[in-house]
Structure formats: structure tokens, C-alpha cells
Design a protein around this ligand. Structure first.
Ligand SMILES: [Zn+2]
Length: 234
């Protein structure tokens, strides 16, 4: 072997520097992607791991929903931001004093599932278009769909079933049954005391009242302009 010529050595060193540069660049890109992903996914907890007494029946995990087939994989848990799970515990504590409990029909909803619901309904009075404003507040882990059950976890009479997209599902019950009115008022009162707001068109939908602090500033602005739904304050 002949000793390497200086020009050969310089070429080799340049190549080494170049490959190092690419390694560092791909590492930096990977880190950026990880942080974007972390921003996209809100921190979530399993509601039942925070409070096992809250009943969960995720309607989009089965066929009993308005699209008539499962949208969630089997074994999906009801997830929400930790602050929302804590507020649900407060509501549950209030309801248990009156021999009732909460049942969760839906909680965190991935954007992909929201898009399927939007395609199926195309009705922005009830379903948020995921491409407008912030989309559904379910996808931020700050909204839940909830109803009441008795202390044996049996359903009680409420104005409508879940996702009944008709005027009968309005926040203000106008039907004739005092029993239904009493159940609805109790649910709304307990959720309000626990820090939730309701929605005008869906009695079962609740958003944490300080929802703004969980959204980035730009998203809040666009959400407001686009008229995404969270009216119906109690
Ligand atoms: Zn909802």
C-alpha cells in the first residue's frame, strides 16, 4: 500500500463531513417531527382508571350508532384530558349523592373518526366538520357525551337516545314527562357544578368550561370565526 496522497485524504475527510451532516440533519428532522406529533396529540388518560365507578359504553365501538358499524377498534377505552377526567369525577360524586351515576357514550375521538361521522351526516348543526376551525372538541380530549344511569348502572329515561339528530335532543327539554325533565336537569346541574358546558342541539354533549386554555391561540381565533359549536351554556 502506498501512503495516501494529501488530496485523497482531503477528499475522504470531506466525504466524512458530508455524511455526518446528513446524519445530523435527519436526526434534527426526526426530532422536529416527534415534537409536532406530540403537539397534535393531547395528553389523555383513561377515564375509568381515574374513576372506575363511571360507566363507559362507547357507542362508536359497536353497531349501536347512527353509522351502524364500529368506528373504534375493539377494546378502545374512553380517554380525555386529565382535567376533564377529574371534572367527571366531581360530577360523579354529586350524582352518587342522588343514587345516580354517569355513563360515557363518547370521549376523545380521533380526527379520522370525526371525518367519518362528518361524511355520514353532513349536518353541521350536530357534527363538526373536522376541516373547519378546530373541528370537534372531542378530538382535543375536552368534550364528552354522557348520560345518566341509576346506582345499579341501569339506563334511566332521558329525552332521546344517543346521536338522535332531531329537535327532541335539544338542551332544553320541551316534552311532557316530568321524570325525563328531572333526570336531564340533574345531569345538567351536576355537569355544570363540575365545570362543564352543554350544547344547544345535543343534551348529552358536554365541554369543559375552560376549553380555551387547551387550544392554541390561532385555533381559538379560527374556531370563533368559523362558529364551531359550544353554545348552550347552562
Ligand atoms: Zn359530543
Amino acid at each position: 500500500m502506498f501512503p495516501k496522497q494529501p488530496s485523497q485524504r482531503i477528499r475522504q475527510m470531506t466525504q466524512m463531513h458530508r455524511s455526518n451532516f446528513w446524519i445530523w440533519l435527519s436526526l434534527a428532522l426526526a426530532l422536529i417531527l416527534i415534537s409536532i406529533d406530540a403537539n397534535a396529540e393531547p395528553p389523555l388518560v383513561d377515564i375509568q382508571s381515574v374513576n372506575p365507578t363511571i360507566l363507559v359504553e362507547l357507542r362508536y365501538a359497536g353497531n349501536n350508532n347512527f353509522v351502524k358499524h364500529p368506528l373504534y377498534p375493539q377494546g378502545t377505552r374512553a380517554l380525555a384530558r386529565p382535567e376533564v377526567a377529574a371534572a367527571l369525577t366531581t360530577a360523579q360524586d354529586i350524582l352518587r349523592r342522588y343514587e345516580y351515576r354517569l355513563k360515557i357514550w363518547d370521549a376523545y375521538r380521533p380526527v379520522a373518526v370525526q371525518a367519518k361521522l362528518w361524511q355520514a351526516s353532513r349536518n353541521s348543526d350536530y357534527v363538526a366538520n373536522p376541516e373547519v376551525g378546530v373541528g370537534s372538541l372531542h378530538s382535543w380530549g375536552i368534550a364528552v357525551d354522557a348520560t345518566l344511569v341509576d346506582s345499579w348502572n341501569r339506563p334511566v329515561s332521558m329525552p332521546t337516545d344517543f346521536d338522535d339528530l332531531t329537535p327532541a335532543a335539544m338542551w332544553r327539554y320541551t316534552g311532557p314527562s316530568f321524570e325525563i325533565l328531572g333526570h336531564l336537569r340533574l345531569l345538567q346541574w351536576a355537569m355544570h357544578r363540575a365545570g362543564f358546558w352543554g350544547m344547544r342541539t345535543e343534551w348529552w354533549h358536554f365541554t369543559i368550561s375552560d376549553w380555551k386554555k387547551f387550544l392554541p391561540e390561532e385555533a381559538r381565533q379560527s374556531a370563533h370565526v368559523q362558529g364551531t359549536q359550544w353554545n348552550g351554556q347552562l
